[in-house]
Ligand binder design. Sequence first.
Ligand SMILES: [Zn+2]
Length: 591
Amino acid sequence: MQVTPRASPVFQILRVAAGSALVTGAVQVLINAYLHLVRRDFIWLSREYVWMTPLGYLALFGALGAGLAVIALAYPRAIGPRVIGFIYGTLGVLSLVLLIPGLHHLAALALSVGAGTRVAAWLARAPDVRSRMMARTAVVLAVVLGGVGASRWALRARADAPASAATPSAAAPNVLVIILDTVRAASMSFLGYARETTPNLAKLGMEGVVFESAFATAPWTLPSHAGMFTGRYPSQLSTDWQEPLDAAAPTLAEVLSRNGYHTAGFVANHYYTSYESGLMRGFRHYDDYRITPRQVLLSTTLTHTRLFWAVLHTDGVLPRLKALARMDLGLESMWTSHRKEAPEVTDEFLAWQARVSSDGRPFMAFLNYYDAHLPYDPPAPWRTKFGADPGELELYDGAIAFVDDALGRMFRELEARGVLDNTLVIVTSDHGEGFGEHGLHGHGNSLYLTELHVPLVIRYPARIAAGTRVLAPVTLRDLAATALDAAGVAVEGGETGIPGESWLAQLGPDSARGSDVISEVSEGINTEPSHPVSRGPMRSLVVDSTHYIRNGDGVEELYHWRTDPGESRDAAPASAATVARLRDILATVLR
Ligand SMILES: [Zn+2]
């Protein structure tokens, strides 16, 4: 009779840890793939979840296993197969049932403990044989998921080649679209702000044009970016709080890509500019989520729970214990990713530009910097640039200065490479930010100008005289039309399918009129009753020095924003004729 030697508990622990990590990871990958590919839901995970999620579980379960192994070495009888099976069975099932929407965390715990008890009994009946079986399963799954991950890598590496063989004209400039997420016009030193936040943008503006009155089409990321890329207002697009941009409207990157441009995006806002947002369409190369050990760890449900974040971000032993005691296992997937800071966005772009520059084709690149978005957390020395004990606004301004510094380095490098002067550089923001004006904080909750007025600086010596300033209101809707104009590709009714009016046409003495300065917003996923948008979808229109707002409940507001920049005196009751005229323009344009 052959006797199988009894494996030490340490081996049993490590085999079960690996097996349960890979099985849990593989099941979550299947669920994610269904949600992402079939249901088209946002899953708030890196595109590399196929290998990142299992590897994340392997790291978590493996670390726990190492701890258990140390205990088992000291007290071999303390950690038997029953304990091992219970711990990993419970954890594995808990990780997956957390994905069930609406399931109370106590119910999730009860389900998982029940499953853990069954796994404990199953493992205890034949611990050696079954732990080996789990180890073999882990190896098979690792090979399969690793293979899928590796093939995705190979595909990504090929993305540097241009999509089209079309040859752009020799004079076609590069197009560099830089979006400073959440950066409001009011915090720009080149627009008169007292703090020195943007010396490099000020220099860029002096070499090109500063639009002093530029307005976003939406007070939040996704529709605003989508509008810049397609030339359309929010209600003309599919985008919403849980809805990505669909393929209905052509994008700037698609058109330039068809015309032989190299195209790439480098984005730090993982929530609304990643591959899931639909904004990636047309870009051959797209860097969104970081590929780091931390991002791997943040690819499991356990590291998306509020419990995990509360323990991680709480200071002091007692508050940590309190957070633990609350056992809040709700998922906060949307806000969990390894943040990409400004210098990294710059470096990613510069490395790509160097790679693709050899064939002489122009490039179109889109950069999104996310440092000035909550939580404002600039590194030293920007953290204390505007105060030794910085409050929210000082941190926000410090973050803007941090981004400006990364931009300065990029412009100097492009100049050194001989690229800058043949590049249409557009720097703007997707929306502003509130710091208590109108009783509002953040963005996406109203159409007051704190959330819509954004910086806009363009440098392109071939078409723009240095030191130009434009006072007239312009809308970011016209960004794509402007880029196509500079690139020499037809707009408005031409073959591009991208509507809008070029800003470049508005610089001359007989300055042409731009598109209507319209903004829209609908109720968000974290709207509070005090937010104006909680009363329904809103629209607004800026004409000259007036700003008309139509609230969801039909109430209208009118502000003379040049003389009342804080929009504190509602002129609607006394201006019936103006209100009626602006109401008609809105109704006509957004028919
Ligand atoms: Zn944004």
